[in-house]
Design a protein around this ligand. Structure first.
Ligand code: GLN
Length: 293
């Protein structure tokens, strides 16, 4: 099927797409494969998807072909496309990602949208994001609220590096702090808002999870101990007693499995009005808490 020259196999664009399809056909359906192919040629070679229709006989160089075949191998091993391209989309912005950070999720975009909708009238605020990872929440908020003073922290210095790159990429002025929130004792900025999508998956949920998540995404950003699954929320609520102003607000992404436990935890503090929101899948995934005293 393919021509050879002295450098090896020669393929044009349409042949390489067909080869890519056959390599992946036992693992993904054709629309998914074609989507991956388009995303990859855009990410690797900056070619628009229309090139497949416009220049189907364009010959690929050996390097181009090797890059695509290497990506096919990685996709076969369930590696997420976003780690292969190093890029993910979130709230209409492009973010750099690597295996040090979770790939931004559509549910989390909904959390950011909820914040945007409810805070439109807030001209100036000081906001902290706990566990920023790629920085997608903090940076999107920085773009939506250019007058806000935004702080974002993470325990992982490799994640902070990615988040800094993302903030620069979108000209968001974020103050990053590389620290362990669970042992954080001093904090000097009174806060109007705290936002977090902390680790919240308990170990017994592992068997329901897909290999693209289990084998590639950072476990430290996903899992919590079975005997203390709400540890991050508890610490945030304790921290908020001191550092969140009255009428300040907390926004959380939560695990729907712990909804009842979250409600009782929050009620035990006695000074919050609780609002909940479902994600696109109909699961209660978000909470907004308004501090009353
Ligand atoms: N929603 C993510 C997932 O299901 C988990 C994010 C988190 O643990 N905060 O993979």
């Amino acid at each position: 099927m393919f021509r050879m020259d002295d450098k090896g196999i020669v393929m044009n664009l349409i042949e390489s797409r067909d080869y890519f399809r056959s390599a992946l056909k036992n693992t993904y359906d054709t629309p998914a494969i074609d989507y991956y192919f388009k995303v990859l040629i855009q990410a690797f070679f900056k070619w628009e998807a229309t090139i497949i229709g416009l220049q189907p006989r364009k010959i690929l160089t050996k390097t181009e072909l090797d890059q695509l075949m290497d990506a096919a191998k990685r996709l076969l091993a369930s590696e997420p496309l976003q780690y292969i391209t190093g890029s993910a989309h979130f709230c209409n912005l492009e973010f750099k990602v690597n295996p040090a950070v979770l790939i931004p999720r559509p549910e989390t975009e909904e959390l950011v949208e909820w914040i945007r909708e409810t805070q439109l009238q807030t001209s100036k605020m000081t906001l902290l994001e706990v566990g920023t990872g790629s920085g997608c929440i903090a940076v999107s908020l920085g773009v939506y609220f250019p007058n806000a003073e935004i702080h974002a922290l993470d325990i992982d210095t490799a994640a902070i590096e990615i988040a800094v790159t993302n903030a620069d990429r979108h000209s968001a002025a974020i103050n990053f702090h590389s620290c362990d929130f669970l042992t954080l004792s001093d904090w000097e900025f009174p806060l109007d808002r705290i936002v977090s999508n902390p680790p919240y998956i308990s170990p017994e949920e592992k068997q329901e999870m897909q290999p693209n998540v289990m084998d590639y995404e950072p476990h430290r950003a996903l899992f919590v101990p079975a005997d203390n699954p709400l540890l991050f929320y508890r610490k945030i609520l304790d921290f908020a007693q001191q550092h969140l102003k009255t009428e300040g607000e907390l926004f959380f992404e939560i695990n729907p499995k712990f909804l009842e436990a979250m409600r009782s935890l929050i009620l035990s503090y006695k000074n919050y009005n609780i609002y909940e929101r479902n994600d696109i899948f109909g699961k209660t995934r978000m909470m907004r808490l308004i501090k009353t005293v």
